[in-house]
Ligand binder design. Structure first.
Ligand code: PGA
Length: 270
């Protein structure tokens, strides 16, 4: 999977179903010429947009995901949306543990673990988000935080299941309008911590296959530098991706950088 640039956006609570469909159509048109053998493009819209946008997503080769999911398949859980419901709507990816879910809605590592297990049980691609807060960074416990988040969220998962995971490193202090992007060197050093932890849990061969994405104030200026880093396999973008033309510019800028890097890494491995 790491031979493909994995790049996508979470539209948070911004786009209606009509707007999402229009956005997908536009992004599909702007990225039409790009070789999908090296590019995995995905959009994670609101729950209510998924089924409306599913047909367009298929047509333009953009995978759709959900921003959250219940860990139970059904039951007395008012307000929750389950895996079978998301499957029916047309989602293939489930974003789990985004910082806003953790910090605004009280999601714990244990809840994140149950959601990852449910997503795998239903053959979704779980996009697990991890990242330290500004305070954890300040205290010098960013690496420990990442290890705890990963080891708890991935508890009970087999190496075979782990090969289906995508992981996004999103430092909390880098996300959103008040966020400052991590430098490519800082982000890269945390991707190494994540890769090592995955290796410890599932072995080096599986760890090497799992795409690690960086997220947090990614924009057209910093995206190519981030993608140049050996362990940054993709980008998970918010604000800078919500204008299709801007997102397309970022994709066009980073894809050649990614292809060049993948080529060099293959050459080194031979
Ligand atoms: P941002 O959002 O790019 O707007 O900082 C990133 C995210 O929340 O995943």
């Amino acid at each position: 999977m790491r031979d493909k640039l994995v790049i996508g956006t979470n539209t948070k609570m911004y786009m209606t179903a009509a707007r999402t469909t229009e956005y997908l159509r536009e992004l599909g048109r702007l990225t039409e010429g790009l070789d999908r053998a090296t590019l995995e493009l995905f959009i994670i819209p609101s729950f209510t947009s998924i089924s409306a946008a599913a047909e367009t997503g298929k047509k333009v080769g953009i995978r759709l995901g959900a921003q959250n999911m219940a860990w139970e398949d059904e039951g007395q859980y008012t307000g929750e949306v389950s895996a079978p419901m998301l499957r029916e709507a047309g989602a293939q990816i489930v974003e789990i543990g985004h910082s806003e879910r953790r910090h605004l809605f009280g999601e714990t590592d244990d809840m994140v673990n149950r959601k990852v297990l449910a997503a795998l049980r239903h053959n979704f691609t779980p996009l697990l988000c991890v990242g330290e807060t500004a305070q954890q960074k300040h205290l010098g416990i960013a690496d420990e935080t990442l290890r705890i988040q990963l080891k708890t969220a991935l508890y009970g998962i087999t190496a075979q299941q782990a090969s289906c995971l995508w992981i996004a490193y999103e430092p909390v202090w880098a996300i959103g309008t008040a966020g400052k992007p991590a430098s490519e060197f800082y982000a890269s050093s945390k991707h190494v911590v994540i890769r090592d932890t995955l290796s410890e849990l599932f072995g080096p061969a599986v760890s090497r296959e799992i795409p690690l994405l960086y997220g947090g104030s990614v924009n057209a200026e910093n995206a190519p530098g981030l993608i140049e880093m050996p362990h940054i396999d993709g980008l998970f973008i918010g604000r800078s991706a919500w204008d299709a033309a801007n997102f397309s510019r970022i994709i066009h800028a980073v894809l050649p950088v990614f292809i060049g890097k993948a080529h060099n890494m293959r050459a080194l491995a031979e």
